[in-house]
Design a protein around this ligand. Sequence first.
Ligand code: ATP
Length: 317
Amino acid sequence: MAQDVAPIASPGTESPLPAAIETHDLTKRFGARRAVDSLSIRVPRGVIAGLVGPNGAGKTTTLRMLLGLIRPSGGNASVLGQSIRHPRTFMHSVGALIEGPAFYPTLSGGTNLSTLATLGRHRDADISGLLQTVGLADRARHKVGSYSLGMKQRLGIAAALLSNPELLLLDEPANGLDPPGIIEMRELMRRLRDGGTTLLVSSHLLAEVDQIADWLIVLVAGRAVYSGPAASLPGRQSTEILVATEAPEQLEIVARIARDRGYAVVIENGRARVAAPPAFAGELNRLAMQAGATLIELHQLQTTLEESFLQIIGEAT
Ligand code: ATP
């Protein structure tokens, strides 16, 4: 089911830019367990890509391999056009927030950042600009110990941005955040994307990532069951019309009308489920009446994204 797209051409040049991330049969085994299993995916530049899958699907293991923190057991991958076998060639252009960020709680957010900038030799880092970007400018002088979880996460992202990276890898950045914190995190990610940063963001909640992702990779048991534009995720637009008739035998009339127009119909539990777009409901009502069937129920069912996700996961296991 994995999809692929042509490399994105950089404006005004002949040669296409390499993808931000590309993997070929990337595999990681822990003993007999394949945490990541022949993963072949691609993340174009300039997108927010969601890496989604249930717990244990292999998201963190994938991110750790891409960062050169653990070595693959097989296959290969490139980050910003450089092989992950040589992390030094791309690490200066990549920022990451993999585990919860560690800060000195008794120092202010600003002092924590400038300390990290000194330790990481990011001499040109614009600390106040970064605090502004992550929405912490007015709390920069306050101790990190007084920050909410969301503020600490955003300070973690500021720390990951110290090197002014082209690519940012975030492992479950919304974990543990309250709704306002989640909204702030989404806004921050959009701002970074709009500023030209490519983001790969993991989550076990498709609905959460779907709010911001341009690109989706769905992992199940270490394998990609979908990789492509978020808008093309199968099942996203699926709708059904549910119909009940005054007399149960009239359901056959409804079914015939819908099938004549090319829509699949299943009759179950005294109702007809018609796989048709919402716009067909009015026409179906009119035609059923003309054919002598009285509808006592007619409503549209929209498959939710979570249902599509569960269906994709179910088909893959
Ligand atoms: P979660 O959302 O729960 O963090 P995940 O999708 O990030 O899940 P991973 O943490 O990558 O999944 O784990 C994938 C599988 O690999 C799991 O079965 C996990 O137990 C196993 N695994 C991960 N790291 C190790 C390790 N260092 N040693 C042994 N097994 C590991």
